[in-house]
Ligand binder design. Structure first.
Ligand code: FMN
Length: 210
């Protein structure tokens, strides 16, 4: 039963902030650690948006862009998440790598990635992913999975021997981070938490009880 599942965290490792003005540097290190450990979907993150009626909605996406101040991902610009972001730029993001015993939580403001940057990323994707992005009217109702397969084949035929153009309905969002919390597992549930928040242009570091 789920209530009897219990993981005893041992050592996610200490959280050492060497430069609070580079708040995403530990996130970069932890993603690298996840990649180096061959973890599946090392760059997967859960992003929560808020719908027009105030309901939070969460789903997984893949991190595809990271700088010293922002993170980003690509998606359908007419999807539910995109509609939410158009109405409310505030988003929350969570990463969790169970075998590393590490979690990262982020709050930030989302805005669209430039078309140039999107085109560059689109051109780097495998052809089948480009066809899927062109074909899918993400988040809209689909009558059957055969319809999706038929539509995919039609897009393949339409662009036979041609490049798949960047669809107008596909793009990316960057999230300007104003709050980030690092969590690392320790025995007896005495986990480590360090929060960095941007206040009046300064990153304020605080430790939190687990
Ligand atoms: C591991 C994982 C990674 C995903 N990555 C993406 C992604 O990068 N972009 C995307 O649009 N959907 C991605 N999805 C699908 C989303 O979770 C979601 O089903 C889809 O974007 C529609 O969400 P929405 O209707 O809330 O807009 C991913 C799903 C999983 C399980």
């Amino acid at each position: 039963m789920v209530r009897d599942i219990r993981v005893d965290y041992r050592d996610g490792g200490p959280i050492v902030i060497t430069n609070a003005n580079k708040p995403l540097s530990i996130l970069k290190d932890w993603i690298k650690e996840a990649i180096d450990n061959n973890l599946i979907e090392a760059n997967a993150m859960c992003i929560s948006t808020v719908s027009q009626d105030g309901t939070p909605r969460s789903r997984m996406v893949l991190l595809k862009h990271i700088t010293d101040s922002e993170i980003g991902f690509f998606t359908n610009l007419e999807s539910d998440k995109a509609t939410d972001i158009k109405n409310n730029e505030n988003v929350a993001v969570t990463f969790f790598w169970p075998s590393l015993e590490k979690q990262v939580r982020i709050l930030g403001k989302a805005s669209e990635i430039s078309r140039e940057q999107t085109l560059e990323y689109h051109n780097s994707r495998p052809r089948l992913s480009q066809i899927a992005a062109y074909t899918s009217t993400q988040s809209k109702e689909l009558d059957s999975i055969t319809t999706l397969d038929d539509e995919f084949r039609k897009t393949e035929e339409k662009f036979e021997n041609q490049k798949i153009p960047l669809p107008d309905h596909w793009g990316g969002y960057k999230i300007l981070v104003h709050s980030i919390e690092y969590w690392s597992g320790r025995p007896s549930r005495l986990h480590e938490r360090v929060s960095l928040k941007l206040q009046n242009n300064n990153w304020i570091e605080k430790r939190l009880y687990p």
